[in-house]
Design a protein around this ligand. Structure first.
Ligand SMILES: [Ca+2]
Ligand SMILES: [Ca+2]
Length: 292
């Protein structure tokens, strides 16, 4: 019996140590049917264990390959993103260059008067600066619009005698009657009776409009400047248009004297036919010049 057990042990050790030769039985052993069966079971277990070991190794190999491939794919994706970002940047730069070139070729843009200022917003071109002017506030006729005269007049034929026709007067801020400190709250300085400058600005955008009652533009539009709505006085003989006085309006040097001419008053709300709310009786109206 001890010999037989020894024989089985030899078989197990044999298979564990030399699986490749698992089919070679030790021929010297004489085994009973049960022992042969046990021997078979042990051989099968050994084979199964060997197979499981192979499967585990294969699984480890597969996982290792998958991890490597994953890192490889991630690296490729990162490279692609960087390449795409660089290419997109280049394409964007080229498109902007083409658009700028086309804009220059097509001469896209529009112009407007910035009332009360001698400069233009950053991306605008200053066409010229000068003096706000128009018909006198005492005129029963004349013209209703404000004009922006340049500082460099050119003359054609002329006669220096004054005719009874139409005259152009300088523009003056008339802010002393109703506003404390000559409108300092609105324009950061006392402008009462000061003479008003203006500038003609050219924006690179093709549409430009003044929106009364707003300080900001609507979505998609660019703000050129904002301020307060102004016009001649309702009680004066001469009608005017409404214009937008810049909220940081300047004054012409040496124009402090009260000589009137074409006047600027702040325009205020009068409820009635005008809807209140949203408008409120007596408030000074704002304005913004927008382009797109
Ligand atoms: Ca004046
Ligand atoms: Ca005055």
């Amino acid at each position: 019996m001890v010999a037989k057990v020894f024989c089985v042990t030899v078989v197990v050790v044999f298979f564990l140590s030399a699986r490749a030769e698992a089919d070679n039985e030790p021929s010297a052993c004489k085994l009973s049917t049960e022992e042969q069966l046990l021997d078979k079971v042990i051989r099968t277990e050994v084979k199964v264990e060997a197979m499981l070991s192979e499967i585990r190794k294969t699984e480890e190999n597969v996982l290792s390959v998958l991890e490597y491939r994953k890192q490889d794919v991630q690296k490729t994706l990162t490279e692609l993103k960087e390449t795409n970002a660089a290419e997109i940047g280049q394409i964007k730069g080229k498109m902007e260059s083409v658009v700028k070139g086309n804009s220059a070729k097509m001469d896209i843009g529009s112009s407007y008067v910035r009332w009360g200022r001698t400069t233009c917003p950053d991306d605008n071109e200053l066409v010229y600066k000068g003096y706000a002017a128009g018909s006198s506030y005492t005129s029963k006729g004349g013209a209703a619009n404000y004009i922006c005269l340049t500082e460099e007049p050119q003359w054609g034929f002329y006669e220096e005698s004054v005719a009874a026709g139409t005259q152009v007067h300088g523009g003056e801020y008339e802010l002393g009657d109703h506003h404390a400190d000559g409108g300092s709250k609105y324009f950061k300085k006392n402008l009462n009776d000061q003479d008003a400058p203006c500038s003609l600005c050219r924006t690179p955008r093709s549409s430009v409009t003044m929106i009364p009652g707003r300080l900001e533009c609507f979505s998609g539009w660019t703000k050129e400047y904002s301020g307060y709505l102004a016009a001649g006085a309702s009680g004066h003989a001469s009608a005017t248009e409404f214009i937008c006085l810049d909220s940081d309006a300047e004054m012409i040097s040496g124009g402090a004297a009260n000589r009137d001419g074409r006047l600027f008053y702040l325009a205020e709300v009068s409820c009635g036919s005008l809807q209140c709310p949203p408008y409120i009786e007596g408030r000074e109206l704002t304005c913004v010049v927008c382009s797109k």
